[in-house]
Design a protein around this ligand. Structure first.
Ligand SMILES: *Cc1c(COP(=O)(O)O)cnc(C)c1O
Length: 397
């Protein structure tokens, strides 16, 4: 028998013998069958021409994805490794950098900057809301000596999207500060134009919109940022050096042994995104997110964010529901895994992913699963109200 979940015997016994596992977490996200099959092939050597051809195509397709003519380097580490590579490769001790803390991941920018520069101006923003371009402008007026601004496009911990186009314009109007964008759950879900919007760094991770297992960070680097990286006299890091990554990139190579199988899987996933067309990928995410919100609201649940992300929907737990039994009912009795609230919202909200390999019927399944769970927990709702609302949203009724 295949283990259904890593849970205790009693729960395993309670779980149905036949139950599909359905993952609705904003990283890792589900991996398409064709991507898994490509990764199952025998390993090849990373300096052989076959692999270098694959990496060349991946480099090209990543430029398409990020909307850039600049290099997007592939690093073998999770998304946070890409963030750390950017901060440590661009800034030095004493450099003033502004970060926006509107959730767990914005907070992470601040933690990284404090370690590498010791001079972080951290703007606290109410969780569940997005920072305004006006506020960014004020911050730059107060700190004209800031060398960088770190922002989060889709704040996964709160399900909140910020208007990165307007934020970049506001920064560019006032200052030459480098713009670092955490695009980890935005790339592939939200419209984003690295070159046209004037970003200097944008990062994503393989296990998010790219429909891949965890293990790769992808980092786009502007010309300005490349100049700064090359002009630093002393290297302050080794494995996470963007200078090394950029040098290898020019020869369709990587500085160290990369996660070969993951890069081969990424090649397949990028072909899928390319053939769907990036504009259609963005539209699909917007439609799935909209339907998810409508479905949850039809079940009487309240949304957490005032500026909802197209990658992840954060929802207040229904009145009368505790997180543990709610999660247990969803996961063990219905096979559906969602993400918990983080930090001070643990036990208060839950988060549903529609990032990556999802379609319309997945949203009907998710909302149908929520209905079954509410029913099992004796939480009142109108049977079919959520599913019907989602169905009508997709059918345009
Ligand atoms: C997942 C995530 C990260 C962290 O990525 P890891 O791959 O877990 O290191 C950072 N920022 C955002 C917005 C994320 O969603």
């Amino acid at each position: 028998m295949v283990t259904v979940f890593t849970i205790n015997q009693k729960d395993a016994f309670q779980a149905a013998w036949f139950m599909k596992k359905r993952l609705f977490t904003p990283g890792p996200t589900p991996v398409p069958e064709n991507v898994m099959l490509r990764m199952a092939a025998p390993i090849i050597h990373h300096r052989n021409p076959e692999f270098m051809d694959i990496l060349e195509r991946v480099h090209d397709d990543l430029k398409y994805l990020f909307r850039t003519t600049q290099p997007v380097v592939v690093m073998t580490c999770s998304g946070t490794g890409g963030m750390e590579a950017a901060v440590s490769s661009l800034f030095r001790q004493g450099d003033k950098v502004i970060t926006i803390n509107s959730g767990k991941f914005g907070e992470r920018w601040g933690e990284l900057v404090r370690i590498y520069t010791g001079n972080c101006v951290e703007e606290m923003v109410e969780w569940g809301t997005a920072v305004s371009p006006e506020r960014i402008g004020e911050l730059l007026d107060e700190h004209p000596d800031a060398l960088g601004v770190c922002i989060t496009h889709s704040e996964t911990s709160t399900g909140t999207a910020s208007d990165v186009k307007a934020l970049c314009a506001a920064i560019r109007e006032k200052s030459d500060a480098l713009i670092l964008v955490d695009g980890i759950t935005a790339i592939g879900a939200h419209e984003f134009h690295f070159d046209d919007w004037g970003a200097d760094i944008c990062i994503t991770g393989s296990q998010k919109g790219l429909m891949m297992p965890p293990g790769l960070a992808l980092v786009a680097i502007s010309e300005r940022a490349q100049d700064i990286i090359h002009n630093h006299k002393h290297q302050t890091q080794y494995y996470l050096s963007l200078r090394k990554a950029l040098k290898a990139h020019t020869g369709n190579d990587t500085p160290f042994t990369p996660a070969v199988s993951l890069i081969i899987g990424l090649d397949e996933a990028l072909q899928m995104l390319r053939s769907e067309g990036i504009e259609n990928v963005w539209k699909r995410h917007e439609a799935l997110a909209g339907a998810c919100r409508i479905g949850c609201q039809a079940l009487g649940m309240k949304l957490f964010s005032s500026s909802p992300s197209f990658a992840v929907t954060a929802v207040w737990l229904p009145a009368g529901a505790e997180w543990k039994p709610f999660n247990h009912t969803l996961k063990i009795k219905n096979g559906i895994t969602v993400a918990a609230g983080q930090d001070r919202f643990a036990g208060k909200i839950f988060r549903i992913s529609h990032l990556g390999y999802y379609d319309e019927l997945d949203m009907l399944t998710l909302v149908g699963g929520l209905e079954r769970s509410l029913s099992m927990m004796n939480i009142p709702f109108e049977t079919g109200a959520g599913v019907s609302a989602v169905q009508r949203a997709f059918l345009g009724e």
